[in-house]
Design a protein around this ligand. Structure first.
Ligand code: COA
Length: 258
């Protein structure tokens, strides 16, 4: 643990897509540092399994809600329930995402639309739904969205995810300006290749590209989920109070997409 114990005591956080992958690492870190955490995703079985694992492995009690980030009305209901259950929403982590590799010339309209709706529209829906509660956060509400360093360049085979993750970046910059007067900070973390995620397991390792990618990472290794979680805590805690509209890239200076 890199942070002082209890630094998030009294804070309430919602992590979208918090049952699996990077989201689960973020939940463990926020919960271990004292935050009350709520998680939302589509599959009830994932939520139950994750809640049990957080309790058994880390002694963290999370609240969970089933919901699809693509549905704005559902997200309003989910955020209202979380605000009641957790006491408020001080921290919103927009992490839920979908992606698959498909050359743009073969990508169906529905394939394009689906990823834009989950990644970009879902982030918008959750930010707007959580706004009334973020406004009430005593030390200023915090939004941290997960983008991707690949969105800063061309992302072959992921035009939908690249466009959505770029869109998230500008959305965070805009919310930083529009909602700054509410005390809300809006930032984004851009992961590079993080081990144990679908992005690395399915899109790199399964395709036999590990060595090729590692050669392009100056720090010589894939990142870990906790590297992303550490960045989230930095931005969501007192340490990040004067940071808004910013990107924090967590990629070992990776050159892999260029
Ligand atoms: N290649 C090409 N098209 C694909 C595809 C692939 N690998 N995966 C999905 N699509 C297309 C589907 O064919 C469909 O388009 P169509 O109706 O024109 O055929 C469209 O995308 C929607 O797919 P569907 O599976 O019905 O949507 P969904 O809402 O159930 O799930 C995803 C969307 C992105 C979550 C799903 O594709 C998925 O499970 N991806 C892998 C898991 C993942 O994304 N994890 C997060 C990693 S960041």
């Amino acid at each position: 643990m890199s942070f002082a114990p209890g630094i998030l005591e009294g804070k309430s956080a919602v992590v979208t897509g918090g049952a699996t992958g990077i989201g689960a690492h973020i939940v463990r870190m926020l919960g271990s540092l004292g935050a009350n955490v709520g998680i939302v995703s589509r599959k009830e079985s994932n939520l139950i399994a994750a809640a049990n694992a957080f309790k058994t492995d880390n002694d963290i009690d999370v609240k969970w809600q089933v919901g699809d980030v693509r549905d704005p009305e559902a997200m309003k209901a989910v955020m209202t329930s979380f605000a009641e259950e957790l006491g408020n929403i001080d921290i919103l982590i927009c992490n839920a995402a979908g992606n698959f590799i498909c050359p743009t010339e073969d990508l169906s309209w529905n394939g394009w639309r689906t990823v834009i709706e989950i990644d970009l529209n879902g982030t918008f829906n959750c930010c707007q739904a959580a706004l009334p509660y973020l406004k009430e956060a005593s030390d200023g509400g915090r939004i941290v969205s997960i983008s991707a360093t690949a969105a800063n360049f061309g992302w072959p085979g992921a035009a939908h995810a690249g466009a959505a993750k770029s869109g998230i970046q500008n959305l965070m910059k805009t919310l930083a300006v529009e909602w700054g007067s509410y005390g809300i900070r809006a930032n984004y973390v851009s992961p590079g290749p993080i081990e144990g995620t679908e992005g690395v397991d399915r899109l790199i390792i399964a395709q036999g590209k590990s060595e090729q990618v590692l050669e392009r990472i100056p720090l010589g290794t894939f990142g870990e989920g906790k590297d992303i979680a550490n960045a989230i805590v930095f931005l969501a805690s007192e340490s990040g109070k004067y940071i808004s509209g910013a990107e924090l890239a967590i990629d070992g200076a990776s050159q892999w997409v260029r």
